[in-house]
Design a protein around this ligand. Structure first.
Ligand code: SF4
Ligand code: SF4
Length: 346
């Protein structure tokens, strides 16, 4: 890893340079909640002034730029006694600016499934390879528990990662591509004073991480509480709306549909994100549903996040952003569910 510093005005010039050749996605303020809390989303920008890097958390994660809610996998056209298939991968260069550490961790987890799993996705791969990641340190968001999962800090997974140290940014460089981009503006070597400021900035952020969730022994706890009444308690509240999986930066389950035009001249295969909380998620041919109740489906989501994924990849799938808890109309959130399981004393 290489470390440099740049001034804040040069960071603005850097964004202008990136904009010349890339689409930029960045946090933008899109509204306010009734209590005045700003609402942010990752959206395309056309000027530095449209970004709001002083954001706490976006409602949706940046997952949508790698795993869109719906995408066309393949189109066929039929004629002259034959057929043609058309497959398009997204090649256009893109940069995502201002991703926080937990959201970059989420991409690294998706990589394990989408790039390194037994069935790598060329659609995901094309987007990932053509996207520059410029992350940024931030004050802890109100409800996240990323520190409990170790996703509040980062050592790789980005091109550039910035920490505010006053009048300048302390920049970690983790790729050749990142260094080439950064070299477009004047760089300074890290001084002793910069180092002290960086350490103080990181310590101040860590001290503000107040939400603690006991996650270290969670796979075993989940094994021991499989039949707990806690699942009925929270499952009975669940509306089976699937919103938690849509906003989650790591949920990747999907369904595939084939559509044939009425004139039989063309057809397409479309992938659409799914949610294990939706009633038909585990329904199979013949109508049998392996998880017919809300309790079973909610439990399955927690077991996949914190048990099944941990067994397969030696780490939980969850990064502790608590977007699922923030968005759930029924008030279901991981810290409360996990605390209840701990109280069970199985
Ligand atoms: S846990 Fe909440 S957000 Fe998720 S499906 Fe149930 S009601 Fe919807
Ligand atoms: S399960 Fe919830 S807290 Fe964990 S990564 Fe997904 S949205 Fe964030």
């Amino acid at each position: 890893m290489l470390y440099k510093t740049i001034t804040k005005s040069d960071f603005e010039h850097l964004i202008d340079f990136i904009l010349e050749q890339n689409e930029i996605i960045a946090p933008r303020k899109v509204g306010e909640k009734p209590d005045g809390t700003p609402i942010h989303q990752f959206l395309p920008i056309e000027a530095f002034s449209e970004m709001d890097l002083d954001y706490s958390k976006t409602e949706y994660s940046a997952k949508t730029y790698f795993l869109p809610f719906r995408e066309n996998l393949s189109t066929w056209s039929f004629g002259d006694g034959g057929w043609k298939q058309d497959i398009q991968y997204r090649q256009k260069p893109r940069a995502i600016i201002g991703l926080h550490a937990c959201d970059i961790h989420a991409l690294l987890k998706l990589d394990k499934v989408m790039l390194k799993g037994p069935f790598p996705s060329p659609y995901y791969k094309a987007r990932r390879e053509n996207t520059v990641i410029i992350g940024m340190d931030h004050e802890p968001c109100g409800s996240g528990f990323c520190a409990s999962l170790g996703t509040d800090i980062l050592t790789h997974g980005f091109d550039l990662f910035l920490t505010d140290i006053g009048d300048r940014y302390f920049v970690a460089v983790d790729s050749d591509r990142g260094f080439r981009i950064l070299s477009q503006v004047p760089l300074a070597e890290v001084t002793d004073e910069d180092r002290r400021r960086y350490v103080r900035a990181r310590a101040a952020i860590s001290e503000k991480q107040t939400i603690k969730v006991h996650t270290r022994n969670l796979p075993t706890l989940l094994d021991l509480t499989f039949n707990s009444a806690v699942w009925e308690k929270w499952g009975s509240k669940c509306l089976s709306c699937g919103a938690c999986a849509m906003v989650c930066p790591t949920c990747y389950c999907y369904g595939v549909k084939e559509r044939v035009c009425m004139d039989l001249a063309s057809a397409s295969k479309v992938k659409q994100l799914h949610s294990c909380n939706l009633v038909d998620f585990a329904e199979v041919a013949g109508g049998h549903n392996f998880r017919p109740t809300r309790e079973h489906r909610l439990k399955y989501r927690y077991y996949h996040q914190h048990r099944g994924f941990a067994e397969a990849y030696d780490e939980p799938m969850c990064v502790g952003c608590n977007r699922c808890g923030d968005t759930c109309l029924a008030g279901i959130n991981p810290p409360d569910v996990i605390a209840d399981l701990e109280q069970e004393n199985p």
